[in-house]
Write a new protein. Structure first.
Lengths: 229, 229
DNA sequence: CCGCTTCATTTTGGATCCAACTAAAGCATA
DNA sequence: TATGCTTTAGTTGGATCCAAAATGAAGCGG
């Protein structure tokens, strides 16, 4: 809420995400406060927030430790997002798309088509895709009839590797990323198709699969064929 | 971590759950601090925790408001738990049950059978069922290979109506509750059966359905037949 | 009469102080 | 030498103080 408060939480989140602290390292309030140049109070507040976000957890009776993540945790966090976004998609399909939402989704679909139409990817496209991808996912989750799902996803997304916009990993291999985004675009369009037809189960499954694109699609794309789109 | 800190969070959680504050009511730090007889500091810490738990949310640029819940939110929170527990069950089925876990689950299944064997329910049984139900669910979620799912469920369970042990609502109508627990027991046993056979999809769906028992089964049980168990 | 600006009150954020508790080191004794 | 107790340093929680920001009201001007 306040500038500094947010900034302390944000800066710590960033530092943890960047691996500035060792996994499992004990964080003392005074040490962190000095490192960030603030007093203990905002750090204490931030620790509570970060604890709930899952980035820190209590170390016995005193202090906090940096949460350590295994590969299994990464996969699990992605699957959790898939399960939750899938739930949102199912609910949306079952309750029926409003025309406003249908138009909204169609707009982001078209944005994606436009982005990919030129047949390759360059640096600024990554940011553009991130934006439209975020809008697309937020439109679906935000229209599921309750903010509870969105909140759960937001909390899960605090794990740095779980967020939906962590698709782009390698900005060096833009050709592979282009093919990945082609697949993502196809999945987006299929999800919208399912939503339009009220196919709840299909929308859910497509969304769950879509969540895995950042993890499981890389090996396919190195050797796989180009998609005819 | 500290007594008072936990107690402030816990007391506020309880107060909010009991509806001591009006939905959407603005909570001032000083007011709450005086009401609880502590200084502002622990209240400020507690507010951050409760915000992350979803019980409070920021009111514009100043202060927090009590989160207001609609019926749709309640249903959604239960479905979220179902989706997450279902995910845990699926993963568990796919990775295979350890013999230790199989024994553990079998134990809680047997506890459930013993509890229901006498053919009716009395007051202390409610607490007993709550215990074994909690153990059963925790065993599954805690063995899914990562604490990420469990954390997400724990955060969701902070919504007072979403937790798995909020099945028992009406301790006046013990006969209906007995039939509800019979169904819950059957579902537990079916889940374990699916887990044993590695039937991931079935385990997931059973778990998701099981989550709805507190919401959607009441109307059935008023008029429905007794189960032959 | 309406709108903008300014001021005062209220509320929150940050810093500091003190007390309580924890963990570890050191000492003594068996 | 090992075990157990005591002491001590370090860390965290709670309270209070001060400053900054925001909200609401009052006053001024168009």
């Amino acid at each position: 809420m306040s500038n500094s408060d947010k900034s302390v939480v944000g800066r710590l989140r960033k530092l943890i995400g960047e691996g500035a602290f060792q996994q499992g390292e004990r964080l003392g309030e005074v040490a962190v406060a000095e490192q960030l140049g603030v007093s203990r109070t905002p750090v204490r507040l931030a620790f509570r927030t970060l604890e709930q976000e899952g980035l820190l957890h209590r170390a016995g009776k005193r202090g906090f430790r940096v949460r350590e993540f295994t590969e299994a945790d990464v996969l699990c966090a992605v699957e959790v997002r898939g399960a939750l976004e899938g739930l949102a998609a199912r609910r949306l399909a079952e309750q029926g798309l409003s025309s406003a939402l249908a138009a909204d989704l169609a707009f982001w679909i078209q944005e994606g088509r436009d982005l990919l139409a030129k047949g390759y990817l360059d640096e600024p496209d990554i940011e553009t895709w991130g934006e439209l991808n975020r809008h697309f996912h937020e439109s679906i989750v935000g229209s599921a009839g309750s903010s509870v799902i969105g909140d759960a996803i937001a909390r899960n997304n605090h794990l740095p590797f779980a967020a939906a916009d962590s698709i782009i990993i390698d900005s060096e291999a833009l050709e592979r990323e282009y093919r990945k985004l082609q697949l993502a675009q196809v999945q987006h369009e299929l999800v919208v198709q399912a939503l339009r037809h009220g196919e709840g189960a299909r929308a859910e499954m497509l969304m769950r699969e879509h969540a895995l694109i950042g993890l499981r699609y890389a090996e396919l794309l190195d050797v796989g064929p180009h998609l005819p789109v």
